[in-house]
Ligand binder design. Structure first.
Ligand code: NAD
Ligand code: TYD
Length: 351
């Protein structure tokens, strides 16, 4: 094997697409996927590559310094792609402490492990931290987030990610740790946990349940197909400049209500329902506290410097996503069994 990479959070939504991409495209890399398997981690996401010769799964917590030291000691890890995080804004509003622990303490524990294992020999080493556009706060009806936009997070989730970004930069500036960061807009696609808007709506439309739209549905998000994010991560890991930040986004802004109407129309077509039937399930519910109005990424730096652009339109990506959910009902049933029902009641009953 040419090199060994540690990918954290590889059993989650984006992480599983990144792990699959690296395992299949780089057979001479040994990929170690370290994941705690929280409610969001699911090894079924990686069933197709679980026995690949260049893949190892390690169950564990990024806050566990001893475990990280052992992993770095046992394997000659020269690259890290760090995705492990608590990722859902609504959960962060209800229970912020787990976000502080994993996103901040976990990231700094990982930085320490890499720093100590690499012991100032940073040649051919790289720690790549995956972050979000939510660190920049909220936009009004115009403008875009660039890499220079001032951090202004509003939710415990985005504040914990902002904090982890600052720590990654501090380790680069203070200790010379070879780091790179990207901040991406909202992802959608296969294997997305149905607590986030798109998979939650697909599941509810299918089951004839209300589609909860927060507030007036006027908040805007910039949606990117998950496999296009994985391609950008691949590119930045190999070609991005150490110490730099790259914004990733689809130039694909949708008001939540318009997105839901598009999804309803697509689901009507796929389920053989008369047009307009699924939209009858739309239900406006109490808004999210501190709900950011609009996110929109200026992705011109990654386009200009690394030649990245999204490969699918939103309509194409959404259709692939819906087809995947309809063809993978077993995956969905496993995910919504157990604690999901309790989560759903706590989050939505009486809202
Ligand atoms: P996810 O919630 O689907 O997956 C997170 C994964 O991390 C899970 O497999 C979970 O088991 C694992 N994990 C959680 N705590 C851990 C810990 N303490 N130790 C080890 N593993 C742990 O998240 P996602 O949507 O795939 O997001 C992945 C990364 O990308 C996150 O860092 C997130 O902030 C970032 N991001 C997400 C989006 C998005 O739209 N989903 C957009 C931009 C950036
Ligand atoms: P979400 O998928 O949670 O992503 P984020 O909060 O990280 O952007 O939410 C996307 C948008 O959809 C956001 O404006 C909140 C809204 N939303 C709803 O209207 N209803 C829902 O049930 C959920 C989960 C989100």
């Amino acid at each position: 094997m040419k090199k060994t990479l540690l990918i954290t959070g590889g059993a989650g939504f984006i992480g599983s697409h990144v792990v699959r991409r690296f395992v299949t495209r780089y057979p001479d890399y040994h990929i170690i996927n370290l994941d705690k398997l929280t409610y969001a981690g699911n090894l079924e996401n990686l069933i197709d590559i679980k026995d690949a010769a260049n893949y190892t799964f390690a169950k564990g917590d990024i806050c566990d310094a001893e475990l990280l030291q052992k992993l770095f000691g046992k394997h000659n890890i020269t690259g890290v792609v760090h995705l492990a995080a608590e990722s859902h804004v609504d959960r962060s509003i209800a229970h912020p402490m787990e976000f502080i622990r994993t996103n901040i303490m976990g990231t700094v524990t990982l930085l320490n492990a890499a720093k100590s294992a690499w012991a100032n020999d940073y040649s051919d080493k790289r720690l790549y931290h995956i972050s979000t556009d939510e660190v920049y706060g909220a936009l009004g009806s115009t403008g875009f987030f660039t890499e220079e936009t001032r951090y202004n997070p509003h939710s415990p989730y985005s504040a914990s990610k902002a904090s982890s970004d600052h720590l990654v930069r501090a380790y680069h500036d203070t200790y010379g740790l070879p780091t790179v960061i990207s901040n991406c807009s909202n992802n959608y696609g296969e294997n997305h946990f149905p607590e986030k808007l798109i998979p939650l709506a697909i599941n509810n439309i299918k089951n004839g349940k209300p589609i909860p739209v927060y507030g007036k549905g006027e908040n805007v998000r910039d949606w990117l197909y998950v496999q296009d994010h994985a391609a950008a991560i691949d590119l930045i890991f190999h070609k991005g400049k150490i110490g730099e930040t790259y914004n990733i986004g689809g130039h694909n802004e949708w008001r939540n209500i318009d997105l839901i109407l598009l999804l309803c129309s697509l689901m009507d077509k796929k389920l053989g329902r008369p047009q307009g039937r699924s939209a009858e399930q739309i239900t406006y519910v109490t808004d999210r506290a501190g709900h950011d109005l609009r996110y929109a990424i200026d992705a011109s730096k990654i386009a200009r410097e690394l030649g990245w652009k999204p490969s699918v339109t939103f309509e194409q990506g959404l259709e692939k996503t819906v087809d995947w959910y309809l063809a993978n009902d077993e995956w969905l049933q496993h995910v919504v069994s157990g604690d999901y029902e309790k989560y759903y009641q706590q989050m939505y009953d009486g809202r």
